[in-house]
Design a protein around this ligand. Structure first.
Ligand SMILES: CC(C)(COP(=O)(O)OP(=O)(O)OC[C@H]1O[C@@H](n2cnc3c(N)ncnc32)[C@H](O)[C@@H]1OP(=O)(O)O)[C@@H](O)C(=O)NCCC(=O)NCCS
Length: 210
């Protein structure tokens, strides 16, 4: 038995995750009806379900339809965890053998791409709660550990340890202060700023680079 929610409950969980992680989201309703990054994950669940039952052409068609609707291309064979949120989304490409953990946050123009033309595992595995900055390319069957942060425009071609921050081309792991000590944009947001949700308790500093 699994306690994984299904159907509408699973979708509601996605919407709640997006609301929690997007300081600019005006309401849950707007996310339900208009957030392409959330819709792309929903299309992917259908495509992946078909793919896993041998309906590969149909799965691929759903995935390509989703790409046209959302600007996000997720191969139906890719495995996505729960509450994955693709913010802004346009230009994201996730390859066939990619695995993405729970609570991962991605921005626009990200590639979880392959470096080999041979079949088999050739795309990245991303741990839980990873944040992947806009424009990042994570290439090959590398492992990005849980709670890692990948900087905007980084090109990752080697494993990234749990909790590490990797930036640059090629991406290098950087020592960094704990988020609470870092001078981030988050620490500069005034109390009462209209961009902060009243119930805002858990946004990562990286979110405030939007
Ligand atoms: C990687 C990241 C999470 C680091 O955040 P942080 O720990 O607060 O780090 P800081 O901003 O204090 O920067 C620390 C150092 O890393 C460098 N750095 C930070 N982000 C970088 C990046 N994307 N590429 C290259 N260098 C980067 C800074 O220049 C600084 O270098 P220095 O120590 O030599 O001065 C953040 O910079 C980032 O890229 N977040 C992604 C946000 C994003 O994609 N938003 C898109 C919204 S649409």
């Amino acid at each position: 038995m699994t306690d994984r929610p299904r159907g509408l409950a699973l979708m509601a969980e996605d919407v709640a995750a997006a609301r929690h992680r997007d300081p600019a989201a005006p309401s849950s309703f707007v996310i339900w009806v208009s957030y392409q990054g959330v819709h792309a994950v929903w299309y992917h669940r259908v495509a992946h379900w078909l793919w896993m039952r041998g309906r590969r052409s149909l799965g691929r068609l759903v995935s390509q339809f989703a790409r046209r609707r959302t600007g996000i291309e997720i191969h139906p064979g890719a495995q996505l965890g729960r509450r994955v949120f693709i913010d802004h989304g346009m230009g994201v490409v996730i390859g066939e053998t990619a695995v993405v953990g729970d609570d991962v946050l991605m921005f626009n123009n990200i590639n979880l791409g392959g470096t080999s033309m041979s079949p088999g595992k050739r795309h990245p595995t991303i741990g839980d709660r990873v944040v992947i900055g806009a424009g990042a390319r994570i290439l090959g069957p590398v492992y990005v550990g849980s709670d890692a942060r990948i900087g905007a425009n980084a090109v990752v071609v080697k494993d990234v340890p749990n909790g590490a921050t990797a930036v640059g081309i090629p991406a290098k792991v950087r020592e960094h202060p704990k988020p609470a000590e870092a001078h981030t944009a988050a620490s500069c947001v005034d109390e009462g700023d209209s961009h902060v949700h009243a119930d805002d308790v858990g946004h990562e500093p990286a979110m405030y680079y939007i």
